[in-house]
Design a protein. Structure first.
Length: 277
């Protein structure tokens, strides 16, 4: 299986947790690619993911399968060339755009699954991964909130959450989906610009069931749980953002203990990693 993650050094905790969850549930070879970049623009600064962490992750996946690997790919030059300055002061973070450069990275395979680093895998997803997507740019799940407010095509619900996507890079290169999305991010100010741009331009796609990108809460059949921002309503409407590495809040606010063993292992490994930096 080919897996793609993206981000800067701010995603290191989530990257470790997410990859650990893959090793707990996937029994076959994992080829994991991590796009990263160091970015400085308009007072916003981010650093590349440390190579020491990549080395650690690589050793972890090789414990299950010696042919598995984790590889870092620096796309800083590509980002500098096409930086979306118009969206720099929005909810957008520069690192979230890195997935839009996947079509320009020659060593990436034609088919891969993209995961945000705040996603935890709960079950084997072989059947999902190996579905035929020869005629599709991507497969994704509806955005839990966005489906009610954003519509780009003829369906009533058609707005995809881009945190989990099964990608056909070969077709994406032909249609220019990511190229056009990058250009739109450069010229048009948007809410969540990278996700909105993908939705605006994608034409050949398949909607997958909720369980492959569960954004609101955990269900019995959840395959990927995505720790997105959601709304609370008491005593007044407010947003709630709890990430997997916020372990105390995972317990106190989400009342979630499903991942206690996973998070305990993460804490041990991450603590040792930080000590050795």
């Amino acid at each position: 299986m080919n897996v793609l993650y993206c981000g800067d050094d701010n995603v290191e905790r989530g990257l470790l947790i997410s990859i650990l969850s893959l090793t707990n549930n996937v029994k076959e070879t994992l080829h994991i690619y991590v796009l990263t970049a160091g970015i400085s623009e308009n007072g916003k600064h981010s650093n590349r993911i440390h190579q020491q962490l990549i080395n650690l992750l690589d050793s972890l996946v090789k414990q299950n399968d010696s042919q598995s690997f984790v590889k870092k790919i620096d796309v800083g030059t590509l980002v500098a060339r096409d930086f979306p300055k118009v969206n720099i002061n929005t909810i957008f973070t520069p690192a979230s755009m890195l997935r839009l450069y996947a079509d320009e990275v020659a060593e990436l395979p034609d088919k891969l699954i993209y995961l945000d680093t705040d996603i935890i895998c709960r079950r084997d997803f072989s059947n999902f991964y190996y579905q035929n997507i020869d005629d599709l740019e991507l497969v994704g799940v509806l955005d839990y909130y966005g489906k009610w407010f954003f519509h780009h095509h003829l369906q009533v619900f058609d707005y995809i959450n881009s945190g989990m996507m099964l990608l056909n890079l070969q077709l994406i290169k032909q249609t220019g989906l990511f190229t056009k999305s990058r250009e739109r991010c450069k010229s048009k100010k948007m809410f969540m610009p990278d996700q909105s741009s993908i939705n605006y331009y994608v034409r050949s796609y398949r909607l997958a069931p909720r369980r492959y990108n569960d954004q609101l809460r955990l269900h019995r059949d959840t395959v990927f749980q995505h720790f997105t921002t959601h709304f609370g309503y008491l005593p007044k409407v407010h947003t709630i953002t709890v990430k997997p590495w916020d372990i105390d809040r995972v317990h106190s606010e989400l009342h979630l203990h499903e991942y206690d063993d996973l998070l305990a292992k993460y804490q041990q490994i991450y603590s040792q990693y930080k000590e050795n930096l």
